[in-house]
Design a protein. Structure first.
Length: 84
């Protein structure tokens, strides 16, 4: 699993993170927000194709760093909450 830190847009706080390479999750990624994280399902349901394309382009760029144990725990907790 890897992560990328990014700014969603000019109105968002810096430091949001995309965690990717999550086999148990549809789309394989989740992104942090000020509340619950978002996933491909979240953005598809909202019809936000622009943000899906942006996140997937970042992932496909193969940029990012390895996740820490704390990152892996954060993702595991959300997967447990979602029953994945």
């Amino acid at each position: 699993m890897r992560k990328i830190t990014y700014e969603k847009d000019i109105n968002c706080k810096p430091g949001q993170t995309i965690y990717f390479g999550i086999d148990r999750l549809y789309g394989g990624w989740l992104a942090t927000t000020d509340g619950d994280p978002i996933t491909l399902n979240t953005l598809e349901d909202a019809g936000d194709e622009k943000e899906i394309e942006r996140i997937e382009a970042l992932i496909e760029s193969n940029w990012g760093v390895a996740c820490t144990a704390e990152d892996e725990q954060y993702v595991a907790e959300w997967l447990n909450i979602w029953g994945c």
